[in-house]
Design a binder for this molecule. Sequence first.
Ligand SMILES: C[S@@+](CC[C@H](N)C(=O)[O-])C[C@H]1O[C@@H](n2cnc3c(N)ncnc32)[C@H](O)[C@@H]1O
Length: 285
Amino acid sequence: MSADPKPATHDYRVSPRSDGWQGRRLLSDKLQARLERQLSDTIAAALTRLDLMPDGGSRELGAWAGEFFRIHADSPAGDNPGGSGVNDSLWLFVLARALRPARIVESGTHRGHSAWILHRACPDTPIDSFDVDTGKLTWSHAQLQVHAGDWTQTIQPDPANAEALVFFDDHINHARRVVEAHARGFRWMLVDDNFAATQVHATGGPPLPSLDMLFDPEVVPGDEIAWSRGGKDYAWTYTEAAEHGARDLIESYEPLPELGGITRFPAGSGLSLVRLKAPRAASQP
Ligand SMILES: C[S@@+](CC[C@H](N)C(=O)[O-])C[C@H]1O[C@@H](n2cnc3c(N)ncnc32)[C@H](O)[C@@H]1O
């Protein structure tokens, strides 16, 4: 009988991660360029639908994707457990660059990762970030104001908000957030965790209803939305009152394409871009 063959081993080289950005890159140059091209193609299709392509077209978009991968590993929040992952962070970066908002308001600071991504996308833009628990924040900057409590206590109606971006990543009823943002004059709104009723188990404490449920003809008042997660059962009854009349305030909304199939980082969490009606137009039939 012959001796057991030597077990197969990997033959790649491994070295500690370098501190220089070249060392932090995700892939070798040629592969990284290919990945960024694939991402840019998918992102460009969505930005074209939204009429938000940068003047420099795909080339500029590719440069934004490259910049994103160079900065992402520097996030002071590290891997950001409980917050936005790589795919959603890329969307936040690109959308903030494309929209060039005069001001950014965020609800759901957590460790400050998404605020940091938005800041790196728009370094000159003031950011107000709200959380009921601001104790997890990992960075500070003159452009970042962090507030404890609900955003409605601080942010007032202002015509200038039409040029601002508000981002909700706080797991609160999306319909309620639509009404609040519209009442304060915002037109651009991003929501995270926009899960369909059939995906409601995908996150802890999902927004109820999500925008997806609000526009789902199969979800009607009286329906029980029930799910299991982490060994517990949850249930919520969909009501007309929970809709807050929000549908009539939305001009359009675009669930952003999932990038996880390209990057193989864990799937994003339903980031969606909403265009709210102008305050006057909303009162018309
Ligand atoms: C998913 S985390 C936010 C992640 C963060 N945006 C990121 O990507 O790095 C949700 C946060 O919403 C906060 N939160 C819950 N209710 C809130 C409210 N009414 N207003 C603001 N933040 C709230 C929670 O404390 C939690 O830190």
